[in-house]
Design a protein around this ligand. Structure first.
Ligand code: GLU
Length: 316
């Protein structure tokens, strides 16, 4: 018997900078449901690419929370910390094809140039080779005069004139670490990801990622950017803004609030049932078209993490 090929491979790609909080739960749940609702696969990739920002134990804690929520993933978790060779190979190919170049500029030097000229983005100082005596620090891509446009499944049409709005961007950082923009597309390709569902803070990174995919002849996945959970000051919920970890002792409370945030309409009596029951309701009722298209949405983060608070209203 032949089975229908699976045409949906989604993923959740947290950075282990702290435990799962309401904002990361929204991304986990949105990507999970969007995949499972069509019988697709859902993978988890730990984006532990930046050791100075990581918190020991956070990766294991995130995975444990996903398990308690019943968000079971397919295949082994991919760890970016184990992917250095893959990134180095791609970087090397880009350098050899002259699609990337070493850059000697420090952040301070670039800021000074931007302050003293009309340039709005990195002005390409090292594009044609390093001046004598300069030491390479980072590696940048060579961005052509190019408009990158795509249709986001939630946010609608989005475009960036890459040369004017972004400029040659860093793909290996001065500290030797691979930049997120490169690692994410190498790994999305390696994992065969067909659909990327994530927070809207990454909407404006997407044209850079599509550009790199084109440079490397990778397939561009479909993108859907979920509203980003922000606190009363309009700032993304994160470890830095001290978003509380979700209450893993009452996983369905947190999941119920995240479903409401995603525009779904879970019956109130499902807020206190076992997480598996709420999740099976969510699987059956997932409506991507009900997800609000605002880039950011307020949430009262203290109570949203553990209580039944719906988003207080949206802002663009
Ligand atoms: N690791 C990124 C984050 O936690 C997400 C990357 C992605 O989904 O492309 O914000």
């Amino acid at each position: 018997m032949t089975s229908k090929p699976i045409t949906y491979r989604g993923r959740f790609a947290p950075s282990p900078t702290g435990p799962l909080h309401f904002g990361s739960l929204v991304a986990a749940l949105g990507s999970y449901l969007d995949a499972r609702a069509v019988g697709g696969q859902w993978l988890v990739r730990m984006e532990d690419l930046d050791p100075p920002r990581e918190v020991p134990g956070a990766a294991a804690e995130i995975l444990h929370s996903l398990e308690l929520l019943g968000l079971h993933w397919d295949e082994a978790v991919m760890y970016q910390s184990q992917r250095a060779n893959a990134y180095a190979e791609v970087l090397d190919n880009l350098l050899r094809a002259d699609r990337a170049y070493p850059c000697a500029c420090s952040r301070k030097e670039i800021e000074t140039t931007l302050a003293n000229t009309d340039a709005l983005v990195y002005p390409g100082t090292c594009r044609n080779g390093l001046a004598a005596g300069r030491t390479p620090r980072s590696v940048r891509t060579r961005v052509e005069e190019l408009n990158i446009a795509f249709h986001d499944a939630i946010q609608g049409p989005y475009a960036q004139q890459l040369d004017r709005e972004v400029g040659d961007f860093v793909i290996r950082r001065a500290d030797g670490l691979m930049a997120y923009q490169l690692a994410v597309i190498v790994d999305d390709a390696a994992q065969g990801i067909t659909h990327v569902v994530r927070g809207s803070d990454l909407l404006d990174s997407t044209p850079r990622q599509i550009f790199l995919q084109q440079q490397l002849d990778y397939v561009t996945p479909d993108y859907a950017h979920l509203p980003l959970a922000v606190n009363a000051e309009g700032v993304k919920l994160s470890k830095q803004t001290r978003a509380p970890a979700i209450d893993i002792h009452r996983p369905s409370r947190a999941m119920w609030a995240a479903l409401r945030f995603l525009g779904q309409d879970p019956p109130v009596e499902l807020a206190d049932v076992p997480a598996a029951d709420l999740l099976s309701w969510a699987n059956e009722h997932w409506e991507r078209s009900a997800v609000p298209s605002q880039r950011t949405l307020h949430t009262q983060h203290d109570s949203a993490a553990s209580g039944l608070t719906a988003p207080a209203g949206g802002i663009e």
